[in-house]
Write a protein that binds this ligand. Structure first.
Ligand code: KIV
Length: 274
């Protein structure tokens, strides 16, 4: 199995993602919510960009993802799409725009696709949202599932701890994943489950399984970009690997700027017009 960075400028498609799973090439996915970040993430060679409703936490400062509106998701998605040349862009359908009403789900997904130019949508849940998933798929809109810890159901779970440790929940998760595959989803995200279950899941379904806190045997990994860059320095779950300490670097830069302004060091002559 060869490990290489897929950075050549050929657009990533659902077909290509499934091929990557077939040949054992891991899929790299990150979130982005704005033009500037999406441009850097895309040009680095990422395969999939998720315009996640985690924007609710990291962009808007809410405690949960529940307050996010369809309009806000479309705004973030539109900004990301303007920047992206290569990655496949998936947009989260926000809480309240698809659960329990498949017509609403279709209308919401169509708005996301038409108004932002996104390539696919993601929905949280299994059997309970099957009808919504099927209706959205029937319009030719690619759908990604999301199982395990589903943050839009946080008040049902009551905690952000690891899911599916018990046999019954693990079995339901496997059945839900098979259902998503049979419906025609092109992939799924699985969040905070035991690594052994992640492995079994990736071996059970043919569609790519992208993990966040699901161990190393799934078909790809996703992280929230602000977390992996160390911007959100108080969030430290076990699954999170920090690739930078931007909180430290930014604080240092801001402090230096403040000092330079106060001490009249900035701007100097070369930074001023004649
Ligand atoms: O909203 C999000 O960022 C997500 C990831 C955690 C997978 O759904």
């Amino acid at each position: 199995m060869s490990v290489h960075k897929s950075s050549e400028l050929k657009r990533v498609t659902t077909h290509r993602l499934i091929e990557m799973k077939q040949r054992g090439e891991k899929i790299a996915m990150l979130t982005a919510y704005d033009y500037s970040m999406a441009k850097i993430v895309d040009s680095s060679g990422i395969d999939v960009i998720l315009v996640g409703d985690s924007a609710s936490n990291v962009m808007a400062g809410h405690e949960t993802t529940l307050p996010m509106s369809l309009e806000e998701m479309i705004y973030h998605a539109t900004s990301v799409i303007r920047a992206v040349k290569r990655a496949f862009v998936v947009v989260d359908m926000p809480f309240g725009t698809y659960q329990g009403n498949s017509r609403l789900a279709l209308a919401s997904a169509i708005r996301i696709m038409k108004e932002s130019g996104a390539h696919a949508v993601k929905m949280e849940g299994g059997a309970e949202i099957k009808e919504s998933i099927e209706r959205v798929l029937s319009a030719g809109i690619p759908v990604m599932g999301h199982l395990g810890l589903t943050p839009q159901s946080i008040y049902k779970f009551g905690t952000y701890t690891v899911r599916a440790k018990e046999e019954a929940e693990a079995q339901k998760l496997l059945e839900d994943a098979q259902m998503l595959e049979q419906c025609g989803c092109f992939g799924l995200v699985v969040e905070k489950i035991p690594a052994s279950l992640g492995k079994k899941l990736a071996e059970t379904v043919k569609i790519p399984v992208i993990g966040i806190g699901a161990g190393g045997h799934v078909d790809g990994q996703v992280l929230v970009v602000h977390d992996m860059l160390g911007i959100t320095n108080e969030f430290r779950p076990r699954f999170l690997r920090r690739y930078a300490d931007l909180h430290g670097i930014m604080t240092q830069a801001f402090s230096q700027y403040i000092e330079d302004v106060k001490s009249r060091n900035f701007p100097n002559e070369s930074e001023s017009y004649e």
